[in-house]
Design a protein around this ligand. Structure first.
Ligand code: ZN
Length: 525
């Protein structure tokens, strides 16, 4: 919770001056982040231990210098600052100091110490004495409380996975976290990573990984790296496990990071009998420049489209949980309107389009932009439905007349959400119909459930148009859908294509950008 960035943001008037003054005889004014850097570089980075007096002084300077630091949380703050893998001796030294004062470390502080152990474990195996210390801390924390809060569980999990023989004690703690919340990405990742590291726990690892993704938690790179590292040691299982990994990434549309891609390339060099991996880029129309195969089209089958629209329409017509912000009368009026005027070639979210180059424009400009988009489709002989809100009637008369004369126009109550209407009208028009909006429709994709979500996303990718920009001369630049798949998948001739991004992000955007970097990967059986 307390990290160095947070500390920098906090003020530090005078506190550490006293401390620095005695060290450097330079008590004059330094910025607070300089002071903290000094404290860090003099105490937390270079030293393995501090004397009792020095710890006393550090502690008091923090309490006096920062509004948000008090006697209750200062110890956890200190361990948060010395949390690097090299700082384990210092962190332990601080906990020893606390014990020597008679007050002892509190649970939050011990939890922090477990995280430092975990950081060290990721750079070297921990000694038996260190593992014993972890277990003692876990025992004492679990003995003191029958149920632990989610944060404590997470700290304990991080400690336990750093041990060789007792890491499975972390599994019930993951269950305990579920009582109050969804376990965090780092709790799931730590356990899954550990399980992938063991030859006999692969099934457990896969189960945790699936569970984690279904809980909308994006696995950290370390999880995949743990699996790949183990496969390097166990070539016999490599092909089967890699196939499973690629299918998993495909099923959940997960973009791996450069780190993982690099490890896959290394694995290819290490196990040339099992797989061939090369970096690649895509040519125009999604052709892999390495194997010259075309990536698969994103289009879904007729059967998948039928499932998708049936499921969505069922939610609309029977359960009614899609149109939450609309009245039943409005929904009925809309359905009748669609029955009369459908099918359309393209359904436009009018408000979304009008606001897509900035919401602070004059109503006249908003209406003109919408009319320009309608004209774009009209010129291509498309039947268009524009969805809008009542208040748009007050926009420019000329432009709105153009819209009304060249498209079907349905205006909803000002408070309604537009995308359920948009999806309804698009899906009911049939498999060829497109829609125009910048909305990513994430909520709707999620509501469809794990099985239909990827199908919805593929349908969305194939049919969603949006506005990129409007030029000075008023011409619009429209983003057209990309017709080939953008996530991990197998091309017809059998090579897997794996896009990757630079760095891990807990919340990927779900936008339909073509990834720049790809691996071309063939598994040999
Ligand atoms: Zn290829």
């Amino acid at each position: 919770m307390y990290n160095i960035r947070l500390l920098r943001q906090l003020r530090w008037p005078g506190g550490p001056h006293r401390l620095m003054a005695s060290q450097h005889k330079r008590p004059h004014l330094l910025g607070s982040s300089d002071q903290l850097e000094q404290l860090k570089s003099n105490y937390f980075e270079r030293r393995q231990e501090l004397s009792g007096d020095e710890w006393h002084s550090v502690r008091h300077s923090l309490i006096e210098g920062y509004k948000h630091i008090n006697g209750h949380n200062v110890d956890a703050v200190i361990l948060g600052v010395c949390s690097g893998p090299q700082q384990l001796p210092l962190a332990k030294n601080y906990v020893d100091y606390l014990r020597s004062t008679g007050a002892g470390p509190n649970a939050a502080t011990l939890g922090r110490l477990l995280r430092v152990y975990n950081a060290a474990y990721h750079t070297r195996p921990l000694s038996e004495a260190e593992q014993r210390d972890i277990l003692q801390i876990c025992d004492s924390l679990q003995a003191a409380h029958e149920t632990l809060d989610a944060t404590s569980c997470e700290q304990l999990i991080h400690g336990l996975v750093a041990t060789t023989d007792h890491w499975q004690r972390a599994l019930p703690l993951l269950e305990m976290m579920k009582v109050t919340s969804t376990p965090s990405v780092s709790a799931y990742s730590a356990l899954t990573e550990k399980a992938f590291g063991q030859s006999d726990q692969t099934e457990l690892a896969w189960r945790l990984l699936e569970e984690m993704v279904l809980a909308r938690k994006q696995p950290k790179c370390e999880v995949y790296l743990a699996l790949l590292n183990r496969l390097a040691q166990e070539p016999a299982t490599a092909s089967v496990q890699l196939e499973r990994l690629l299918q998993f990434l495909e099923r959940h549309s997960i973009l791996v990071t450069q780190k993982v891609a690099e490890r896959l390339l290394q694995l290819g060099e290490l196990l040339p009998q099992q797989l061939r991996v090369t970096s690649s880029r895509l040519g125009p129309l999604g052709k892999c420049l390495e194997c010259r195969q075309h990536l698969q089209p994103v289009a879904i089958s007729e059967e998948q489209f039928r499932q998708l629209s049936e499921c969505f329409l069922e939610k609309v017509l029977i359960r009614g949980d899609v149109f939450q912000k609309s009245t039943p009368e409005e929904v009925l009026r809309f359905k009748q309107y669609v029955e009369k005027t459908a099918p359309y070639d393209c359904v436009i979210d009018g408000l979304n389009v009008a606001y897509s180059t900035g919401a602070k424009k004059a109503p006249q400009q908003l209406a003109k932009l919408l009319a320009t988009v309608v004209r774009h489709f009209k010129e291509r002989n498309k039947r268009v439905l524009v969805l809008g809100r009542e208040h748009m009637r007050k926009w420019s008369k000329t432009a709105m007349h153009y819209v009304q004369n060249n498209a079907s126009l349905f205006l909803t109550n000002n408070l309604s959400h537009d995308d359920p209407f948009l999806l309804y009208a698009t899906l009911i028009s049939g498999q060829e119909t497109d829609f125009f909006s910048r909305d990513l429709m994430r909520t709707h994709a999620f509501l469809l459930g794990a099985e239909l979500k990827p199908i919805f996303r593929r349908w969305q990718q194939e049919h969603q148009f949006s506005l990129v920009t409007q030029t000075q001369t008023g011409r619009i630049i429209v983003k057209e859908p990309i017709r080939h798949r953008l996530c991990v998948h197998k091309a017809k001739a059998g090579a897997w294509h794996v896009p990757y991004c630079e760095a891990y992000t807990p919340n990927p955007t779900d936008s339909f950008e073509v990834p720049e970097h790809w691996l071309c990967l063939s598994l040999k059986t």
